[in-house]
Design a protein around this ligand. Sequence first.
Ligand SMILES: Cc1cc2nc3c(=O)[nH]c(=O)nc-3n(C[C@H](O)[C@H](O)[C@H](O)COP(=O)(O)OP(=O)(O)OC[C@H]3O[C@@H](n4cnc5c(N)ncnc54)[C@H](O)[C@@H]3O)c2cc1C
Length: 643
Amino acid sequence: MRFIMADHDRELGMGAPITRRDFLNGMAVGVGGTMAASWMSPDLEALLAQGGTGAYPPALTGLRGSHVGSFEAFHAMKDGAFWKAAPAPQDTREEYDLVVVGAGISGLAAAHYYRQSRPNARVLVLDNHDDFGGHAKRNEFTHNGRTYIGYGGTQSIDSPAPYSAVSKALITELGIDVARYPKVLDSGLYKSLGLRSAFFFDKETYGADRLVTGDVREDAFLAAAPITDSVRRDLKRLLTERFDPMPGLTSAEKKARLARMSYTDFVTKLWKLDPGVLRLYQTRPHGLFGVGVDAVPAQDAFGLGYPGFQAMGLDPAAGPGQNYDTIRNPEAEDYYFHFPDGNASVARLLVRRLIPGALPGSTLDDVVTARADYAKLDAAGSPVRIRLSSPVMRVRHIGPAGPDPRVEVAYLQGLKSSGPQVLKTVTARSVVLACWHSVIPSLCPELPAAQKTALEFAIKVPLVYTNVFIRSWTAFQKLGVQRISTPSMFHTSVGLDFPVSLGGYQHTTNPAEPIVLHLSKSACRPGLPVRDQHRAGRTELLSTSFETIERNIREQLGRTLGAGGFDPATDILGITVNRWPHGYAYQYNSLSDEFWINGGEQPCAVARRRHGRIAIANADAAAYSYTDAAIDHAHRAVQELLA
Ligand SMILES: Cc1cc2nc3c(=O)[nH]c(=O)nc-3n(C[C@H](O)[C@H](O)[C@H](O)COP(=O)(O)OP(=O)(O)OC[C@H]3O[C@@H](n4cnc5c(N)ncnc54)[C@H](O)[C@@H]3O)c2cc1C
């Protein structure tokens, strides 16, 4: 239902016809507490009943990622409400050699490794989302008969440390030739059109909206930036002055101190600079850590090449407590590949192996445009089945104890259907939990208490990856920009998609044609300890409606690109917001995790211990937010079960 719209909303194009706007997606769903009486509120139940089935998930727009219907049961399970009102389980009498919980890259890889060793094994993979791939999510938009593809999560084959032999072997086995990347990327396209990166100074912070192209290291940028003389002078000092704020200490001593102070403190307390300097750096580490410089250790900022360390004589080799992402490794940097749908193609290639026929084709070139047949994922009689929209609620060993025990897996089915939710059970000889570690303690109460505590430590980093499908990118061309940093707006960056063409998929080279814009946001609360920032961000993401996000997107694009002729009311053709309240795996941080500096036992090592016939995978098992971790730990978990 639409009410009388404010004039400004009309200018922004709120309510304009964009690619299917899902009613469900417009609604903010309360977290946990709102479902106290029954595990699912009547409102939500009624809304879900209208969800319908049979959709093609990659083409769904609106609020995606952790979409409505995929997570509410977990929150009710965590606060105890679910089991108080749970329907009686129905035994499907299905028996599997392996059940995998989680159809992300780790879960799909686990199914693959198990089948590699036991080719006749019957495997079931269960996931709470309506699409497979976990964070590796494909978004599609169609206009005038042409399909445009974007990535809704896991962006690239890319890791700060080299891929292990195990991960590399899987990438090769899937047919991905990483060395081909320079040939599929049109790396000169944006440069040839004169497009550069830019920074948007907003009127709320700087008195007037101003888009300044270039980089903070350039004099022209500093001259054009609407900043005070004091900030300009201090920025220049930070970038160029040969000042050592810790004279007389060795490199190791300095790094030990830097590991325990934030970059914010380094700049304001050691250098004693105007805090306004930090506004230009605050959101810079968002893409890696989901928090700003207030929660990033100064040692990590040094590793990332931030200014201020030029005269400190620091050893570039990794120091104790340094985050993996901040350690340069040329071998790792060369191992890079981006598909138009990001690592969703890795997930799709795994599905192609597991269920021949579910994804047509056989090569790297045809995978990008291949349309997955979702009806084939869970076909009766298939040795491998992938069952979506099926959150697993309980995993437990069932008797009799002995050399060949069984595990019962209870999951919900029907979250999206018009029928009632049904709790079903299957049994398995072995189970791999490839899901988020923070869910596992409520899922599997029989685990030892110390392991549950370690699993709960794996708080995820909340992120939003939004794809906005626009009619043309002439505004970018007129303004000479490719990527814009917008630190004080809802999304903190906006950019044109990677110009990648592969097989039958061709990236646009003509600014008058449609393109997918990629916007990202890290939900955080500067000033709080890092893990509290992630908690606060998660709550924010779960309580923000699609309508609010859409309004912010339109406002943001109108203000940053308006001078280039962009009109949010007419130029936006579609919006897909991939909301990830549980995004990156938490990587240890030397500001808060003492064991990370001093070398104590890491929680992830306790969390991933095998328990009877249940093994534990997922990128959380390495506290390392990368695809190679998801693969390596799938492999380890399966080997533990096969041993
Ligand atoms: C926005 C974003 C961008 C990223 N970019 C990159 C990148 O460029 N390169 C890179 O290497 N890594 C990237 N990552 C990290 C990414 O998480 C990993 O690379 C990898 O995809 C993780 O795979 P996974 O299978 O371990 O976890 P996930 O992909 O999270 O899969 C786990 C699945 O288990 C499901 N699940 C959870 N609980 C249950 C339950 N009880 N029942 C059923 N299912 C359940 C989840 O919903 C999910 O679908 C990115 C992550 C995010 C969020």
